[in-house]
Design a protein around this ligand. Structure first.
Ligand SMILES: [Zn+2]
Ligand SMILES: [Zn+2]
Length: 140
């Protein structure tokens, strides 16, 4: 009998769902789905924050870019401890991470030793001084 074949399959499937493993799969599936959707929403949120220049966890409003007089195209001319864009030489307030003009990661010159690191780094890779922190103790 060919007609009994599909019925057998369906009955087998129902029995399998009734087993522990089947129940486990059906219990976990919605959570997996919710997790994936959550990750997607988080990804969208992070993308939005990047574009809108609002730092994560920071209640700052919009941060206006300050155009610099074009002196030289040498990044070393940037004042130390101020986040800036290496491409179009815009300065940003402390805490800024991305250029509003070109969306590049901002750079920051160490206030202590002048080494250039990404503005997202909490401290200088070279001397360990906190980025953006003025060297207060130097002339004591
Ligand atoms: Zn830029
Ligand atoms: Zn340094």
């Amino acid at each position: 009998m060919l007609e009994s074949e599909p019925m057998e399959v369906i009955r087998d499937a129902i029995e399998w769902i009734g087993t522990e493993s089947g129940r486990f799969a059906f219990t976990i599936a919605p959570y997996l789905l919710v997790g994936l959707v959550g990750l997607y929403v988080l990804w969208l949120l992070v993308g939005y924050l990047r574009v809108s220049q609002v730092g994560l966890g920071e209640g700052r409003g919009t941060q206006a870019a300050v155009p610099l007089p074009a002196l030289d195209d040498v990044p070393a001319d940037q004042p130390r401890g101020v986040p800036y864009c290496g491409a179009d030489h815009l300065q940003y307030p402390l805490g800024a991470r991305f250029c509003t003009a070109c969306e590049r990661d901002l750079l920051i010159d160490c206030a202590n030793c002048g080494a250039t690191s990404p503005a997202s780094e909490p401290s200088c890779y070279r001397c360990g001084a906190p980025t953006g922190e003025p060297p207060r103790e130097l002339h004591a």
